[in-house]
Ligand binder design. Sequence first.
Ligand code: CMC
Length: 424
Amino acid sequence: MEKAALRLDEEEVIDLPVASGTDKQQAIDIQGLRAATGLVTLDPGYANTAETTSSVTFIDGEAGVLRYRGYPVDQLVDHSSFLEVAYLLDNAELPTDEELDYFRNRVSEHCALPKGFEKVLESVPDGTHPMQKLAVSVTLLGSSRSDRPKGSEAYVSDFIRLIAMMPTLVAWSYRSGHDQVYIKPDPDLGYVANFLNMTFHPGQGDYRPTEAHIKAMEALLILHADHGQNLSTSAVRLVGSGRTDVYSSICAGVLALSGPLHGGANQRVIEMLEEILAAGGNTRLFMDRAKDREDPFRLMGFGHRVYKNVDPRALIIKRYARDMVDKNSSRLFDLAMRLEKEALADDFFVSRRIYPNVDYYSGIIYQAMGFPTEMFTVLFALGRLPGWLSQLREMMRESNAPIKRPRQLYTGYPKRDFPTRSDR
Ligand code: CMC
């Protein structure tokens, strides 16, 4: 299809061009609609709106397909590393050995926080959620640059700097709230092992993360690395379209991710499973609540705007969860599997095509690795960072990327005259 006809009334029909994407995806291009007709479109939640073209990530929600720059995500999990995937997302191609070495070395050079920066996180009020700490510190990282290069080199340098420092910030955002000493980065360990070391090192003596933990963490980070125009990525693009600095745009992504309908769901899944266990394992009660239209409760970790048959990330994560569960986490894992089975046999969920999403089993792995629940969404942010950065760069490469400014359909009062106070 090259054109779509829009009938406005009996006489007036206008043709709208149809744009084509990869794998037969198509979109009606309405860029000329308002100029031609005076009309705008109404699409709350953008469920039918492609806000941009993008060549970073391909998703087929009906078939449960996810590819980064063309590569199926399961192949990347099996054969690649998170750093390599970060490079791929931004550069569109996998790195050669030399390119990867160069990238790794540059990341290693920048993983320490700027001098004195540890104090920032020590001074936030007790009880501040690690996501809020992360948002604050990411913003402040932008202002702690005295050596900022100009032009396209500035972006490359911010990209490296953020990818390099994020594990340090995430680890410290946790430890600083638990009166634990700051563990300096040791890039020789490798990106993921260094992150686990900074998070879990007891402060004295030896600590080495296990190979199984490193592998699972790599897999989780890769699976979270990008996901098209999701809420947090859209927030990054939206804020960036006003030409903010990279750090402010990424801060917007962190804050958008923290909501329970988005990345915050991974924390809520474990809280929900624990609540069910505390209620004697009565899943029926919670299923009934989720189905009750008067009750705002939802089954956390279920449902997705795009995936309507299966979330391919959830399948891979469930496999890792099965391998990782220990005595402590097996009760939650067994319960999670029981709840999934019951939901997938229930007409409410089947008819609405609601399946476990990426957040359903990830917390079980994080918990088995020793992460406290409040850290789960921060780990999502660590994984999503290269996606945010790559999407931001993609947008900024467009010549004259427009500021994002949706229209609205105003439904408030028509014009009325100002009444004196005695007439109100
Ligand atoms: N539990 C109970 N009912 C649900 C759920 C759920 N988890 N998800 C959707 N529904 C129902 C919803 O109530 C609605 O019912 P009805 O047709 O009777 O009004 C119908 O299914 C469609 O839901 P929706 O909210 O219109 O669908 P959406 O595409 O706008 O929302 C979602 C997608 C992810 C926000 C939603 O499924 C949800 O709230 N899930 C729980 C939170 C969650 O797990 N979020 C993580 C999403 S995946 C990772 C990420 O993107 O961050």
